[in-house]
Design a protein around this ligand. Structure first.
Ligand SMILES: [Zn+2]
Length: 122
C-alpha cells in the first residue's frame, strides 16, 4: 500500500505535479546529480544514514544538506513514520542567503517566524 502510494506520487512528479507532502527517497552512497522538488533524500551508506538533502523549500533552488552522522556537527536526526514520511530534528535554519528557517515534520514544511505565511513572497 505504501509502495503504491509512493509510486503514485512519483508518477505525479513526472508530470510536474507535487502534492505539498514530501516524498522520502532513500539513496545509496550518493545523491542524484539533480534533486527534485518535494522530495527529501536520505543518503545511506553501509546501513548508516549519512545525510539528508532537499531543495530549499523557499524556491531559491539551493540544495540543503543535513548531516545525520552523530559524530559530526551540526547533526540532525531523522524520525521515520509508518506511512513512509519523515521528520527532521532540530529545525533547518539557513543563516545566509534566503535565511529559510523551518521545521520538517512528517513530510511537511512548517515555517518559523515571519516567512510562515507565504515563503515565496519576499
Ligand atoms: Zn531558500
Amino acid at each position: 500500500m505504501i509502495l503504491l502510494k509512493t509510486f503514485f506520487l512519483w508518477v505525479l512528479s513526472l508530470f510536474g505535479i507535487y502534492p505539498d507532502k514530501y516524498l522520502t527517497l532513500k539513496v545509496n552512497e550518493a545523491l542524484p546529480p539533480i534533486l527534485k522538488k518535494n522530495i527529501i533524500y536520505i543518503v545511506e551508506e553501509d546501513g548508516y544514514q549519512e545525510q539528508a538533502a532537499m531543495l530549499c523549500p523557499c524556491g531559491c533552488k539551493r540544495i540543503l544538506h543535513m548531516n545525520l552522522l552523530p559524530d559530526e556537527r551540526p547533526c540532525w536526526k531523522v524520525i521515520e513514520y509508518k506511512d513512509g514520511s519523515v521528520s527532521l530534528n532540530p529545525s533547518v535554519w539557513r543563516k545566509t542567503d534566503c535565511r529559510s528557517h523551518f521545521w520538517f515534520i512528517k513530510g511537511k514544511i512548517k515555517w518559523v517566524g515571519n516567512m510562515q505565511n507565504n515563503p515565496h513572497d519576499f
